[in-house]
Design a protein around this ligand. Sequence first.
Ligand code: FEO
Length: 396
Amino acid sequence: MSQSVEIKKGVYWVGVVDWTVRSFHGHTYSTPRGTTYNAYLIVDEKIALVDTVLGSFGPEMLDKIREIVDPSKIDYVIANHVETDHSGALPELMKLCPKAKVIGTQKCKEGLYKNYYGNWDFQVVKTGDTLKLGKKTLTFIEAPMIHWPDSMFTYCKEEELLLPNDAFGQHYASSHRFNDQVDSSELMDEAKKYYANILWPLSSVILRKIDEVLKLNLPVSMIAPSHGIIWRKNPFQIVNTYAGWAKQETQPKVVIVYETMWGSTQKMARIITDSLIEQDLEVKLFDVNSSDRTEVFKEMLDSKGFLFGSSTHDNGMLPNLAGFLALLKGFKAKGRVAGVFGSYGWAGGAVKEIEDLLKSSGIEVAVGSCSAKFVPDEKETAACVQFARDFAAKIK
Ligand code: FEO
């Protein structure tokens, strides 16, 4: 069994590593590298636990706490977030320390009650409220919509430690706890995937919160999120990276996502891909039916160009691309350029349906569309090449 880890003097990681979980958030997020649920025990004259873990891992968290203190000695449980991957073990914990005060935002109080119906002593806190544990003081910062209405950050000034719950997290299981111990490209890949799939729709709120927290001028030497690896080496690297993602900064890169029935739309996708590469653009090509959607959204996060292709079926697009685009609409992507292509047999329809959906998603369709009847002939192939060239001109 893995051990607790002292991450700062008197502050212990007592979370769990979920090595085998392969999907999250009701299968909307694939987790090929697993995840962790991070809980932190702060030991001073008073003892506080910041967050818990997924309910099924409660016994493992309690074993880690027991390495340090008897759980009955816990005075405060700080609930930064209601979602059950961080609060699931709370009912089990509260049986062992029934007099402990649970601390969180008003929305957290309401959410925890509606999840667990616990009759716990709850203290509602607001931004700037503090809790003295002895030598250490905790300050609370409300962070609504990062990523739920109840979300909150906890900050310990004496240890220069920020505990921002889901923000800056990654679904990344590891035998290590700190960013200077793991492969940095793997770590940043997971951080990017996490931002794209969970936080992208909330970018404007995140940008404002980053600004607000930076203006507080809090010394921070460690950022310990509730999932994955703790940022102790150059912790502001991830804050600055988040600022770029939240501003929706993009690269001259094109993500192409298509769904094909008998291969003609796929053929068009490959012609367009090769033509874009000839224009010196970075391209990522995905067949929606054989791709990990979580990975595709990660690639789209910093891509200036989006291209979508579908064969026509019943006068519209194929169903799995439709599902993909419905999710994309919720992401509120800004500053992107899109184009559409597709094949048809009897009558078209897919291309127009995709264009209409993109427009209603606030995504600019910059160069119209490109179609082919059955298998693209010479003229239609040339049209795909020209479509790609026109699109590349908009991206560069
Ligand atoms: Fe990791 Fe919003 O829960």
